[in-house]
Design a protein around this ligand. Sequence first.
Ligand SMILES: NC(=O)C1=CN([C@@H]2O[C@H](COP(=O)(O)OP(=O)(O)OC[C@H]3O[C@@H](n4cnc5c(N)ncnc54)[C@H](OP(=O)(O)O)[C@@H]3O)[C@@H](O)[C@H]2O)C=CC1
Ligand SMILES: O=C(O)[C@@H]1CCC=N1
Length: 254
Amino acid sequence: MKLTLIGNGVMAQSLAKGLIKNHEVEIIGRDENKLKTIQEKIPGITIKILDDNEDITDKNILFCVKPYALHSVSARLSGKANMLFSILAGTTLDTLKKQIEAKHYVRTMPNVAASVQFSTTTITGDKEAKTTAVEIFSSIGKAIWVNTENQLDIATAIAGSGPAYLALIAEALADGGVKAGLERHTCYELVQGLMEGTSKLLKSNHPAIIKDSVMSPGGTTAAGVSQLEEGAVRDSMIKAVNKAYEKACELGKK
Ligand SMILES: NC(=O)C1=CN([C@@H]2O[C@H](COP(=O)(O)OP(=O)(O)OC[C@H]3O[C@@H](n4cnc5c(N)ncnc54)[C@H](OP(=O)(O)O)[C@@H]3O)[C@@H](O)[C@H]2O)C=CC1
Ligand SMILES: O=C(O)[C@@H]1CCC=N1
């Protein structure tokens, strides 16, 4: 299937890197130099400068600009797309329908791990497009269809934003190791292996079971966990997800 990405930023490039393995991919942007650089990095994609009257008739569009750019970019589109897949945080199906003509509308929330085909993507919208949407996003990781836009907004706060939270934790763990005197490159090697191993354990174990299995009475982990509780790390994570969800809802009202 041919997919046309509109926008050439971080997410468009992450998606293109993953999708090119299974699809024909075209990227439309406004800056020729940026597009040429992307084409060098991702061989096989086609690039196109956004026209003032860009014809999207019958195309399968992945809309990848920032939510605030929706109006200005959609004003330059003409014709009726086949499927419109939006990755815009918060932006509702109703808003999309008012701005861009398409036969089918789908909201998706991939994450930046799409570039390594490990995105966790939530999808909702037109049920007629469900099979195609799940097929496309399964080619770059895990694809989960949800029944409401509200669920997608909550998923945005976990898996869309989540790589930033986990990267922040990874960096902090490495900083802790450096503070204690270990070389930074070794700390990052440890953190990378730790994240990968824990992710594998999480596939078949409840988080609480993993935590309990590591925490020996009077041991090192108990000392560390107690410090995390003092820093209200769990409470902060819960609040972070809820703040991000509220922001998605707020973006949807604009
Ligand atoms: N970053 C992430 O991890 C995730 C982001 N998202 C969503 O993806 C979308 C894109 O985010 P991200 O890739 O991070 O953002 P970027 O800022 O990296 O990319 C935005 C793109 O939109 C283009 N653009 C903006 N205004 C215009 C315009 N008027 N005409 C043509 N092109 C325009 C920019 O062009 P130019 O390069 O020329 O400035 C750029 O290519 C957002 O809606 C976000 O909510 C969803 C999931 C994860
Ligand atoms: O921060 C954002 O708004 C976007 C949506 C999910 C990840 N990045």
